[in-house]
Design a protein around this ligand. Sequence first.
Ligand code: FAD
Length: 319
Amino acid sequence: MKVTEHIQKAKGKTQFSFEILPPLKGQNIQGIFDSITPLMEFKPPFIDVTYHREEYEYREAGNGLWEKRVVRKRPGTVGICSAIQSKFKVDAIPHILCGGFSKEDTENFLIDLDFLGIDNVVALRGDAVKNETYFKPEEKGNKYACDLVQQIQNLNDGIYLDPELENTSKTDFCIGVAGYPEKHMEAPNFDTDLKYLKQKIDKGADYIITQMFFDNQKFFDFVKSCREIGIDVPIIPGMKPLATLSQLNLLPQRFKVDLPDTLVAEVQKAKDNTAVKEIGIEWCAQQTKELIAAGIPIVHYYSMGKSENIKQIIKRASI
Ligand code: FAD
């Protein structure tokens, strides 16, 4: 079922969804199943599975030479989605990137998803390859997420890349895109970023999932700004509980998000990471409680295979 249909069906009751990573190459799928099982009691409308593009590694080849190798550390997004749908009878949503995909690759990827009975996709640009400063689109690939949304929408309209194909079948994907309450790190300013977000919606995206934030006011302000420029699709908040002391610096550096003073002060006083984890759970539970009270249809957790803290957050928030 489409994300938009899940929202309509819930009739205002807040639902909880989760996002997981495929396992590292060499590991099996059992770990994924084990991390999802404890969360099924919350009857998630869907589970997202991230996509991880190739990385470059340099290995010594002898004689002082280095060999550049292309590695994909976390393959399996599509297979995992299919396995989740079949095992848990829940909608699984693959993320799909511009980076690393030609338009032809994208079309073939989408055809696989359609044949597997996957109804939703999250369309993203992707980041620069590790060790590179700027994002480089693939030759004959999509440059921005809005171009990818356009390609998916074309397929939904039965328009394939080969203009000579006749009697084509239309796909019917519900399309999610990313939104940034504190603006995307490369955007020159908030309003420009918002303008490009609107472009994704105008090209056919059906809903937005946000980057993590630790201050709900930033989310509420973001929603207000979206509504003011005519973005009227559902906006799903993305939440990540803080779990380690090092994340105080890592999260702002990696995701360009601010951590509120009160949260930082509490974490700095914690005696170890067990205490930090507890602070993160309580903070995220209070955020969730406020989002439920505000009538937010779905709260999405970047659970990343760690189900125990997410379970506690939802339980505390639902009291
Ligand atoms: P875009 O919407 O294309 O925006 C990228 C930048 O370009 C922004 O600064 C925007 O303002 C600007 N821009 C957009 N359109 C235009 C235009 N037409 N002209 C000029 N400038 C423009 N990464 C992964 O690798 N795998 C994942 O599974 C993954 N999942 C994610 C899930 C969520 C919910 C979020 C929030 C992020 C996720 N990411 C993932 C990270 C994402 O790929 C990066 O944040 C990436 O840098 C931007 O992706 P985007 O889709 O927001 O890009």
